[in-house]
Design a protein around this ligand. Structure first.
Ligand SMILES: [Ca+2]
Ligand SMILES: [Ca+2]
Ligand SMILES: [Ca+2]
Length: 200
């Protein structure tokens, strides 16, 4: 009986969400509290886009991106100045060649684009879910939209001639955390298997 209870507990844990925190794309940033910045940047080193902080996280089947700039995020007339370059195969020789990475995807304003070449040639994958409030943005899309990578490199670029880069040189890397729920599920199944065997 104890074993059954233990197994039941293990299975309940297995199906519990890996992260307790859910991000809702609503322009409110309370749900980002406790999520550490992936990258930060100096204030006053770019105009009109001056990056300050960037966040990436994931949950379930979605990636979530956030950033904070010095001054309000302005998509009304300047959406094209807000660019996130994503190197999803972490291979600089594939995708748009920029800042030492090969960006296979780009988020420009609220739109996701897929690279067709090492030069500026993109396919529009459509407007994504995003919210803006003052100097911050949050944006989300399905992991499958960018090929469900386990990790990717990212560079934030403002404008394309008076650009502020974040980081100023090189890149940041986001690694999808190990799915602890699957590990628990695995150990639960192993336990179940050995329990079944002993019973025979
Ligand atoms: Ca939110
Ligand atoms: Ca900056
Ligand atoms: Ca690449």
């Amino acid at each position: 009986m104890q074993k059954i209870l233990f197994l039941a507990a293990a299975l309940v844990l297995a199906f519990a969400p890996a992260s307790a925190q859910a991000i809702t794309i609503d322009g409110s940033f309370d749900d980002w509290t406790g999520i550490t910045e992936l990258v930060t940047d100096a204030s006053g080193d770019g105009t009109p886009v001056d990056w300050l902080k960037g966040w990436v996280t994931d949950e379930g089947s979605n990636f979530y991106f956030g950033y904070q700039t010095n001054g309000n995020v302005d998509f009304d007339s300047n959406a094209w100045r807000y660019n996130l370059f994503l190197d999803t195969d972490q291979n600089a020789s594939t995708g748009y060649n920029f800042g030492g990475i090969g960006a296979d995807y780009m988020v420009q304003g609220g739109t996701l684009w897929q690279s067709n070449a090492t030069w500026w040639d993109w396919t529009n994958l459509g407007l994504q879910s995003y919210g803006i409030s003052g100097d911050r943005l949050e944006l989300s899309f399905a992991k499958t939209s960018i090929g469900s990578p386990n990790a990717f490199d990212i560079v934030f670029m403002g404008d394309n001639d008076t650009d502020d880069l974040m980081p100023d040189s090189g890149k940041s890397t986001y690694v999808v955390p190990e799915p602890t729920s699957l590990l628990l599920l695995g150990s639960g199944l192993v336990g179940l298997l050995s329990f079944t065997r002993k019973k025979k």
